[in-house]
Design a protein around this ligand. Structure first.
Ligand code: NAG
Ligand code: NAG
Ligand code: NAG
Ligand code: NAG
Length: 190
């Protein structure tokens, strides 16, 4: 913090450079400046800054991934439970929350667990992987009660993952549009 004050004193507009208006800083990121484009929210992670953005839509997960790619991004994984709060806040700022509201995130069921229900072999932390090639660990796998169960209400298997806004937790679902209210893209900060 002292360094920041010093820099602020030395360079009048350093504030703009360190705190772009649309970035949601959780803390200072060491000495490395990390920024996101306008409209993207910065998440501070040990491996570096990650920018996320919520897009309103009602689409499949596959189409959401394609849509993220047009933004040079990809469906975002979740590194920490606090990032779920950030996503819920991004959502509620611009969209209505109903009991079914959910958004696509970047997780996919592992090949080994594609046909398995919840077991000790295919459990809540090892049945899915983050598809963004940036998110790490399993802390972000905060499931809603009873999930992941690899089974929806019509007895369909559930290879992909949505974040249920009202529950602030994850649910494994088939790749269908039911309840979908958009998707979360992510890309590395620059
Ligand atoms: C994506 O990256 C390409 C190549 O760097 C660039 O030309 C394009 O403007 C980028 N698109 C967006 C939406 O940032
Ligand atoms: C899932 O299984 C792994 C071992 O394969 C274990 O390390 C992990 O703690 C288990 N997670 C849960 C939530 O039971
Ligand atoms: C992540 O890496 C895998 C393996 O290299 C690749 O197939 C996949 O397209 C990558 N995904 C993204 C979003 O970059
Ligand atoms: C899957 O879910 C359906 C609907 O809730 C239920 O009838 C069925 O028993 C479940 N299947 C398994 C194997 O749990």
């Amino acid at each position: 913090m002292f360094l920041y004050i010093l820099l602020t004193a030395l360079v009048g507009n350093i504030h703009t450079a360190y705190f772009p208006a649309d970035s949601d800083y959780n803390s200072c990121y060491g000495d490395t400046e990390q920024t996101c484009e306008d409209g993207w929210t910065l998440l501070i992670r040990p491996q570096g800054g990650w920018c996320i953005k919520y897009y309103i839509a009602t689409i499949t997960r596959a189409n959401a991934e394609t849509a993220c790619k047009t933004e040079n991004a990809t469906l975002s994984g979740i590194q920490y439970p606090s990032e779920i709060t950030t996503i819920v806040n991004l959502y509620t700022a611009v969209n209505t929350v109903t009991s079914g509201s959910r958004v696509w995130i970047g997780a996919y069921r592992t090949p080994a667990c594609l046909t398995s229900f919840l077991t000790t072999t295919c459990n809540a932390t090892n049945s899915f992987y983050w598809t963004d090639n940036f998110t790490t660990g399993t802390a972000g796998f905060v499931w809603t009660t009873g999930n992941p169960n690899n089974n929806d209400s019509l007895n369909r298997r559930a290879p992909v993952v949505s974040l249920v806004i009202i529950d602030a937790g994850l649910d494994d679902v088939p790749d269908i549009t039911t309840g979908n209210k958009g998707y979360i893209c992510g890309k590395q900060a620059t």
